[in-house]
Design a binder for this molecule. Structure first.
Ligand SMILES: Nc1nc2c(ncn2[C@@H]2O[C@H](COP(=O)(O)OP(=O)(O)OP(=O)(O)O)[C@@H](O)[C@H]2O)c(=O)[nH]1
Ligand SMILES: [Mg+2]
Length: 324
């Protein structure tokens, strides 16, 4: 039994390293469901071999043109001969790769390009949040030799901020005419952006949006000394995309030479997040629903205090392994 298991994993590893698209797609599905133990085993084998891909996060409000921009960037990287993986994260509405490609004919070349892998992710598995599933997917694509990984998220919620933190470069897409665009985006996302894009720069309100954003950016002061640049794009025509891609590279080069502990900090966050996600999931799996309800009832009726209730729960599961 164990041998069959090993052989299966071995075969999948081989296929992933060959970039076999069907295997990759199946593995990602399995990782999202988080049910097959071999999927976790696979990540164990793959993880040490990864870290070569450049993960570029693209975030911004709904409809700001992220998908169009991501498709344009993918085309630019393909022209440079790089294989590209695209993950669109949408916790609110599951959809297929269609949203990335849209109905735009010119993007069809991406859909039929064997060196472009497109996937959308919406579900969170049993054992962890969406960010854990996305991180696993990035590991698989990295191992499969995709050198550029584009990660699209609507910049809302802690999940998405966690996800963006896994990117080496984060791009925030804003659009003109949103009223006070800078205000609308709010804290959290503004802080993690390395590059700012005003997309839909064909809009008449663009100069105003640019003025607003520049005055905001003047107040930004980062620990690493990077001054986040502002790039104007028209994703529908591709205008500004070359400059964007060049600026991504410039930031990457700037960052590469600095050992500022960011990688470690991100890994540490990831670890702590995993602990809390797995622990919470483990409790839900191993404590019967009824017991959980009873405890909740005792808590609600002040029969027990929150810390004592927590102790009771944790004691039940702490002896179990968290990794299974
Ligand atoms: N005029 C103009 N329209 C654009 C531009 N970029 C994107 N669009 C249009 O804006 C609409 C939304 O584009 P998407 O790329 O789907 O935007 P998105 O941010 O991915 O949207 P969600 O994933 O739904 O949040 C589409 O109709 C695009 O054709 C642009 O630069 N100028
Ligand atoms: Mg989109």
């Amino acid at each position: 039994m164990e041998d069959i298991h090993r052989a299966e994993i071995g075969e999948k590893l081989q296929k992933i390293s060959e970039g076999d698209v069907r295997t990759i797609a199946r593995v990602l599905t399995e990782l999202e469901r988080q049910q097959a133990p071999w999927a976790r085993e696979l990540i164990k084998e793959l993880y040490p071999k990864t870290g070569r891909a450049l993960v570029i996060g693209v975030t911004g409000s709904p409809g700001s043109g992220k998908s169009t921009l991501v498709a344009r960037m993918a085309l630019a990287y393909r022209e440079a001969g790089l294989r590209v993986g695209i993950i669109a994260v949408d916790p609110t509405s599951p959809f297929s790769g269609g949203a990335i490609l849209g109905d735009r004919i010119r993007m069809q070349s991406l859909a039929s390009d064997p060196d472009v892998f497109i996937r959308s992710m919406a579900t969170r598995g049993q054992l962890g949040g969406l960010s854990a599933a996305v991180e696993d997917a990035l590991t698989v694509l990295d191992a499969a030799g995709y050198r550029i990984l584009l990660l699209e998220t609507v910049g809302v919620g802690q999940d998405e901020i966690d996800i963006m933190n896994t990117a080496q470069v984060t791009i925030l897409v804003l659009v003109p005419g949103m009223g006070d665009g800078v205000q609308a985006i709010k804290a959290g996302v503004m802080e993690i952006a390395d590059l700012f894009v005003i997309n839909k720069a064909d809009h008449p309100e663009t100069p105003r949006a640019e003025r607003e954003l520049r005055s905001f950016l003047r107040m930004v002061s980062r620990d690493d000394g990077w001054e986040p640049p502002l790039i104007k794009t028209v994703a529908t025509t591709g205008q500004g995309v070359e400059e964007l891609v060049n600026t991504v590279q410039r930031f990457y080069d700037f960052r590469k030479d600095r050992d500022d502990g960011r990688r470690r900090a991100v890994a540490r966050q990831r670890l702590l997040r995993l602990v809390s996600q797995r622990l919470a999931a483990r409790i839900q799996i191993s404590v019967p629903e009824q017991e959980l309800d009873q405890l909740a009832e005792r808590l609600a009726s002040r029969e027990v205090d929150p810390d004592t209730a927590l102790d009771e729960l944790v004691r039940k599961v702490i002896t179990d392994q968290l990794t299974h």
